[in-house]
Ligand binder design. Structure first.
Ligand SMILES: Cc1cc2nc3c(=O)[nH]c(=O)nc-3n(C[C@H](O)[C@H](O)[C@H](O)COP(=O)(O)OP(=O)(O)OC[C@H]3O[C@@H](n4cnc5c(N)ncnc54)[C@H](O)[C@@H]3O)c2cc1C
Length: 652
């Protein structure tokens, strides 16, 4: 990109310096409030404990977030064989140490305390500067107005279908999911007649063209004739697209239903379209990235059966029905806090360490300012230690008879160790073999099997959303774009937080990128994508954001240089938990032979949680796996109590 174009896009604007200026303002403000001497003491203490610094407030950081720099280096060094000098003995011992402060780790601590009693001593370690794992909060300031966005885990999906443990936990921490019907304004965009749109880009389709009225949502993938005529693809492809959408053809006529289903499961949607529906290759370009948001790969690596379930076109005549919910059972997609499920993490932390998250309700947690200095405080029996990467979890003695586990972690370049009666590894499956090399080979192999899906959730603060109103759109699907699409934020107002519901107000746009490599097997695509994410600097994301938004919204008068006020790129090289892909894996594997089941077996006093442990990337699964891990701890203790009359029992 030449210098002139860079200037047009506003690459010379120093939006991310906003952080520095805010930081200075906060420092001055805090020093005035705390008294200068007191304040200097706090700053000195914060060299070893940055969380004690009064300015420490990670949700307000912009720039590169998600797996931010500083969070991943220790783990990668450990993977590459790095060791640390003798760990400092913290002389701390716990009933439970949890590695991973995501929803699964927080839920593990929650369930453990419930069973073992209010005075349980629990330490949670996390390598990030904030808790919540994928459930990440992004805050922005637009003049006097705060904007709150989600940097990862987006919504509670169909919560009435959650297990009684997961639903019960939500209720116990104060979440009444039915209130979202009131908080989520389902009529805002509808009332303004804003629709989904598709952006056809010049590089892929030969011309930049935004066609309003369509998007990637499961039910919205059809184009009416007047729009179809304008799609920039070859004429035969346009005819094929019309045929694909409209014709009711059974491409497997004569085959029994089970055989049809079997074929669809083992055929990618791309192959189905090319081989059976026989569409022109230009049609593929439109659908290639449609499943990115859910699968983090395109239609070359997603089965036709999955696409049938998502109601993609081409199955109208095939006479097979999706195994999903009936319309009466389906729940609307409205269970969304302004910061996504970061509010679930905050409510869990409030329950574990009430002083750290002021307030009492699911509404006030949205605007509550977390006191990070209280997360790791000797006053409380439960502590969350951020910026701390576990590098070892080792039984003191043989795993079957050991009474304690020693957990070593690295923080600020130094190693520390603590002792614990029980350990839950609520971190990623693939890191566990490095933490516990003594585990059985079969278990380590199963844990390594999981390759997490890389993806990027970006929040862009814009001056106003008049361009969307002018264009009559609320979200855009961009099949050839660097970002797969962009949408206006979910219109949710709750507690003291008001969604910017007037187009004249500043608001947040949400952009998705999934850096996969079409043509490779799914896992290879994820590995390549992860590499790409770790080697792409923020400035490259920014350039693409400015270029793509400018081009997509040009017709609405949007000007990237003028209208973009702040950017937060949440990079998740270890994103969604790996879900088995029938295109590349056996179908007949019994449940007990699933790698996640083999991987999550208890190993002495060490237990495995995290959504990886069930191979499903969902909040309820993260909670369920925390619950299971704690059940296993209790069963182990009950067993020890039954075989050794002197052993104390865990039940409170
Ligand atoms: C972008 C994105 C969007 C999502 N959207 C949704 C959604 O809308 N709804 C939904 O239900 N689910 C969603 N998910 C799935 C989400 O992963 C789960 O909902 C859930 O948050 C996972 O929680 P977890 O605790 O299992 O894992 P994580 O959130 O990954 O937490 C594990 C934590 O352990 C840390 N860790 C790893 N190794 C170590 C170590 N050695 N030492 C210390 N800490 C370590 C990790 O860095 C992380 O902070 C989304 C995921 C992503 C990435």
């Amino acid at each position: 990109m030449d210098k002139k174009r860079e200037r047009e896009l506003g690459m010379d604007r120093t939006i991310t310096r906003r952080d520095f200026l805010n930081g200075c303002a906060l420092t001055v403000g805090a020093s005035l409030m705390a008294g200068r001497t007191e304040f200097l003491k706090l700053i000195a203490a914060s060299e070893d404990f940055p969380e004690k610094n009064p300015n420490y407030y990670p949700p307000a950081k912009t720039g590169m977030r998600g797996s931010h720099d500083g969070s991943w280096e220790v783990a990668h060094a450990m993977r590459d064989g790095e060791t640390w000098p003798e760990a400092v003995d913290e002389k701390e011992s716990y009933d439970l140490v949890v590695v991973g402060g995501g929803i699964s780790g927080l839920a593990s601590a929650y369930f453990f305390r419930k069973f073992a009693g209010a005075n349980s001593k629990i330490l949670l370690l996390d390598n990030h500067d904030d808790f919540g794992g994928h459930a990440k909060r992004n805050e922005f300031q637009a003049g006097k107005r705060s904007l709150i966005g989600y940097g990862g885990t987006q919504s509670l999906e169909a919560p009435h279908h959650y297990s009684k443990e997961a639903f019960g936990l939500l209720a116990e921490i104060g979440i009444d999911v039915d209130r979202f019907h009131k908080y989520f304004d389902e009529n805002l965009y509808k009332g303004m007649k804003l629709k989904r749109a598709t952006f056809f880009d010049q590089e892929t389709f030969g011309v930049d063209r935004l066609l309003p009225g369509f998007g990637t949502h499961y039910l919205g993938l059809t184009y009416p004739p007047e729009i179809l005529a304008q799609i920039p693809i070859a004429e035969p492809a346009r005819k094929d697209l019309a045929r694909l959408q409209e014709e009711k053809v059974d491409y497997f006529s004569g085959l029994p239903a089970a055989e049809k289903r079997g074929t669809l499961i083992k055929t990618s949607y791309k192959d189905y379209l090319l081989r059976y529906v026989k569409v022109h290759p230009d049609v593929i370009k439109i659908f290639q990235t449609a499943p990115h948001g859910l699968y983090a790969v395109g239609i070359d690596a997603v089965s036709a059966w999955d696409c049938l379930e998502m109601e993609y076109p081409g199955f109208q005549g095939i006479n097979l029905h999706s195994s999903g919910d009936s319309p009466e059972q389906a729940e609307p997609y409205i269970f969304h806090f302004p910061d996504g499920n970061a509010s679930v993490a905050r409510l869990l932390v409030r329950s574990l360490i009430p002083d750290a998250v002021p307030g009492t309700t699911m509404e006030d947690v949205v605007t509550s300012r977390v006191k990070y200095s209280r997360l790791d405080d000797s006053e409380f029996s439960i502590k969350i230690r951020l910026n701390s990467t576990a590098v070892r979890a080792r039984h003191i003695g043989d795993p079957q008879n050991a009474k304690q586990v020693e957990v070593t972690y690295v923080r600020g370049g130094k190693a520390y160790k603590v002792l614990t009666s029980h350990c839950v590894l609520a971190c990623y499956n693939m890191i566990i073999p490095y933490l516990c090399p003594e585990m059985p080979e079969k278990q380590k192999e199963a844990l390594h099997y999981c390759v997490k899906l890389p993806l990027v959730y970006t929040n862009v603060q814009i001056r106003n959303w008049e361009s969307f109103q002018k264009l009559g759109i609320s979200s855009i699907y961009a099949p050839g774009g660097y970002f797969n699409g962009a949408s206006l934020d979910f219109p949710v107002s709750m507690g003291d937080y008001r969604f910017p519901s007037s187009p004249q107000e500043p608001c947040l746009l949400h952009l998705l990128r999934t850096p996969c490599q079409p043509g490779l097997p799914a896992k290879e695509q994820y590995r390549a994508g992860r590499y790409e994410l770790m080697t792409t600097p923020f400035v490259a994301f920014e350039r693409n954001i400015r270029d793509q938004l400018g081009r997509m919204l040009a017709g609405g008068g949007f000007d990237s240089a003028r209208d973009i006020q702040a950017i937060t790129v949440n990079r998740w090289p270890h994103g969604y938990a790996y879900e088995y892909n029938p295109l590349f894996e056996p179908l007949d594997r019994p449940a007990s032979e699933r790698p996640c089941v083999i991987g999550r077996q208890p190993f002495g006093r060490i237990h495995v949680a995290n959504s990886d442990a069930d191979g499903h990337a969902y909040t309820n699964i993260a909670i369920d796996q925390g619950y299971r891990a704690v059940q296993e701890i209790i069963a182990g203790e009950d067993h020890r109590a039954a075989t050794d009359v002197l052993a104390p029992t865990l039940r409170s």
